[in-house]
Ligand binder design. Structure first.
Ligand SMILES: [Zn+2]
Length: 225
């Protein structure tokens, strides 16, 4: 029994599993996503959704989603690169979807009794499946995956405590500088790159891999936090 196990009621009067909210992992590889066929005995079962479950009291959403993905779908944290979050906030309860890309070839499978099967699906086919209602309501936003975010930091910003917070909880999509996109996500999780005194040339080197932000001074981080 984990500290988050239990039912709760959100402001809209729905009954939800997870005293501290819940989190799940949406793993994306080009135009495919990993879905879990939930066992019929589970809440709103016999539907397709993503591996996920209740958060423990001490867990952030990414930690919880990665733990659940390992327990339910045999996905290792080494296989996935989290790029952002979508928070479905019901007031008093929330479900956080952690969107991640694969770092290598991944063959997920049902790892416990909560799943009938876990496998790749073409993103184009997802809407036609019998989906878990929570996942169904988020899917339109989740399929709009933005390019990964690289936060290049110079010496003066490298030891700032805000950096760890941004790495863990992400940059709010609404705070992204003009010209950068959050897709359908609520927050983007930055990949922090330490550039020493070579900030702008290092930043230029990452431009082909995703969206790049440069933080030279601690003030640059404050704008994002
Ligand atoms: Zn609700």
């Amino acid at each position: 029994m984990s500290s988050g196990d239990g039912w709760t009621i959100c402001a809209a009067g729905h009954r939800h599993w997870g005293l501290f909210g819940a989190a799940g992992l949406l793993l994306v590889d080009e135009d495919r996503v990993v879905l879990q066929h939930r066992a019929p005995w589970t809440h709103q079962g016999d539907t397709w959704g993503i591996p996920g479950g209740a958060r423990d009291s001490h867990e952030d959403a990414v930690t919880a989603a990665l733990r659940e993905a390992r327990e339910e779908a045999h996905l290792s944290p080494d296989d996935v690169d989290p790029i952002g979050l979508y928070v479905d906030d019901h007031q008093g309860w929330s479900y956080t979807t952690v969107v991640a890309r694969t770092t290598r070839t991944v063959r997920p499978y049902a790892a416990n009794a909560e799943s009938v099967s876990v496998r790749w699906h073409a993103a184009a086919d997802v809407a036609a499946l019998r989906l878990h209602p929570g996942f169904a309501s988020s899917w339109a936003r989740l399929r709009d995956v933005p390019p990964p975010l690289f936060l290049v930091v110079g010496d003066a910003a490298a030891d700032d405590p805000l950096l760890e917070r941004l790495r863990r909880t992400g940059v709010e999509a609404a705070r992204l500088p003009k010209g950068m996109v959050g897709g359908g996500l609520t927050r983007l999780l930055p990949h922090v790159v330490y550039a020493g005194s070579l900030g702008s040339s290092v930043a230029a080197g990452y431009a082909s891999r995703g969206q790049v932000m440069l933080a030279v001074q601690p003030e640059d981080l404050k704008l994002l936090a």
